[in-house]
Write a protein that binds this ligand. Structure first.
Ligand SMILES: [Zn+2]
Length: 390
C-alpha cells in the first residue's frame, strides 16, 4: 500500500543544500521534491538511546529540517556500547545536549529542539502536536502505550521499534491507514515477565539494524515513496540473520482505534503496565533493607542466608560476597532446602525481581525474609565502589 506524502515540500533548496544532498537528488523517486519535503519535515525522537542514536544521526544526515529530542537522562558509560550518538567525553552530560551536538556536527542546517523532560500524560500531547511524525525508541511498556495512545488521539503516524538481545521488531503505526500498537499488543505483559535491555542485555549493533528500518520508514512516510510498514510487523533475528514481515490487521474491537473506542483520552500508564506487581509490592513493604544495612549485618556476622536471584551471566559480572545464586525462576524448586533458622535476604540487579522473589518466599512461610533496595547496583555504588555496575 503506497500512501501520499505526509509533508508538503519547502519552497526551495539553497546551493549548499543542493551540494549536500546531491546523492538524494539524483534518485528519481526522491529528487528535488522529496528533498524539499524532508527539509520541511518535523520529526520527534522519543529517547536518544540505543534506537534514537542512529535514527537521529541518519535523519540529520538525510536533511530532515527539524528534529525534536525527548530525553531526560544523562550519558552513562554503560550506554556507549550501543548509543553511538554519545562519546566518551559525553559521560555525565545531558543526553539531549550530547545528541544535539552530534546532530549539528553531522548537519548544521538541522533545527534541533530539545525537550529535556520525562514524557508523561501532562506533556505528551503538547510535545507531539509540534511534529509531523514520531519515532519511538523507548524501552519500557508504560511509555510505549503512552506514545501509541497520544499518537492515535492526535492522528499522527509513528515508527516503532523494539530490541532485546539478538531480536528486534519494527512497524509503522498510523491509525488512519492501519492498526495501532494496541491492535498488535492489546495488553502489556505481566510485570517482571519481559526483561528490559538493562536486565536482559542487548547486542549493541542490533540497535543499528532496527533503527535503520525505523529511519527508512520515516523517510518513506514523509516523502510518500515506496510501501511503508503500515499493517506489517518486521521481525529481525540477528543470530539466524533473517527478516520476516508479518501482516498485522486493524482490530475492529481495539479500545483505542476500533469502531467503538473506550479509551478516548490518556490513562494512567504506570498502573496499566503494573510497574511492580501488587504481590511484590505487598511483600516488599516493611521487608526492604538498604545495601548499607546488609553490610552491617554481614560485618557483624549475623546469621543470614544471602540469595542472589539474578541470572548466571549477571552473577559472573558482579555479586555480593557470601551470596549464593538461585535464579528467580528456579527459586520455587529450591524452597525446601533453604534454612529455617536464619533470615533469608534476597537481592537482584535493581530490586524489582527480588521483590517478586520475596513474595514467593513469604508465601512459602519465610516471613522474616527481606530484600535489598536497589540490589547489587546499590551495593556497588554505595558499599563497595570497586565493583562494576552493568
Ligand atoms: Zn488499535
Amino acid at each position: 500500500m503506497s500512501l501520499p506524502p505526509l509533508v508538503e515540500p519547502a519552497e526551495g533548496l539553497t546551493v549548499d543544500e543542493v551540494r549536500r544532498y546531491s546523492r538524494h537528488l539524483i534518485i528519481p523517486d526522491v529528487a528535488m521534491d522529496g528533498q524539499k519535503r524532508l527539509k520541511n519535515a518535523k520529526v520527534l525522537a522519543v529517547g536518544a538511546g540505543g534506537l534514537g542514536s542512529p535514527t537521529l544521526m541518519y535523519l540529520a544526515a538525510a536533511g530532515v529540517g527539524t528534529l525534536g529530542i525527548v530525553e531526560f537522562d544523562t550519558v552513562d558509560e554503560s550506554n556507549l556500547q550501543r548509543q553511538i550518538i554519545h562519546g566518551q567525553s559525553d559521560v555525565g552530560r545531558s543526553k539531549a545536549e550530547s545528541a544535539r551536538d552530534s546532530v549539528l556536527n553531522i548537519n548544521p542546517l538541522v533545527n534541533v529542539v530539545l525537550h529535556e523532560t520525562r514524557l508523561d500524560t501532562s506533556n505528551v500531547m503538547e510535545i507531539f502536536s509540534q511534529y509531523d511524525l514520531i519515532v519511538d525508541g523507548t524501552d519500557n511498556f508504560a511509555t510505549r502505550y503512552l506514545v501509541n495512545d497520544a499518537a492515535v488521539l492526535l492522528g499522527k503516524p509513528y515508527v516503532w521499534g523494539s530490541i532485546y538481545r539478538f531480536d528486534g521488531q519494527a512497524s509503522v503505526f498510523w491509525a488512519e491507514h492501519g492498526p495501532c500498537y494496541r491492535c498488535l499488543y492489546p495488553e502489556p505483559p505481566p510485570p517482571g515477565m519481559v526483561p528490559s535491555c538493562a536486565e536482559g542485555g542487548v547486542l549493541g549493533v542490533l540497535c543499528a539494524s532496527i533503527a535503520s528500518i525505523q529511519t527508512t520508514e520515516a523517510i518513506k512516510v514523509l516523502t510518500g515513496i515506496g510501501d511503508p510498514l503500515v499493517g506489517r510487523l518486521m521481525v529481525y533475528d540477528a543470530l539466524e540473520m533473517t527478516y520476516r514481515s508479518i501482516k498485522v490487521r486493524k482490530d475492529p474491537e481495539c479500545p483505542l482505534c476500533g469502531k467503538n473506542p473506550s479509551i478516548t483520552e490518556l490513562i494512567d500508564y504506570e498502573a496499566f503496565c503494573g510497574v511492580v506487581s501488587e504481590e511484590a509490592q505487598l511483600a516488599a513493604s516493611g521487608s526492604t533493607i538498604l545495601a548499607s544495612e546488609l553490610k552491617t549485618w554481614l560485618d557483624a556476622g549475623e546469621p543470614i542466608e544471602l540469595i542472589d536471584v539474578r541470572e548466571p551471566a549477571e552473577w559472573e559480572i558482579v555479586r555480593i560476597p557470601g551470596a549464593r545464586l538461585i535464579p528467580k525462576a528456579e527459586l520455587p524448586a529450591h524452597l525446601a532446602e533453604l534454612p529455617q533458622d536464619r533470615r533469608v535476604v534476597v537481592y537482584c540487579k535493581s530490586g524489582v525481581r527480588s521483590a517478586d522473589a520475596l513474595a514467593t518466599l513469604k508465601g512459602a512461610g519465610f516471613t522474616s525474609a527481606v530484600h535489598v533496595q536497589g540490589g547489587v547496583t546499590a551495593w556497588a555504588t554505595q558499599v563497595d565502589k570497586t565493583l562494576p555496575v552493568y
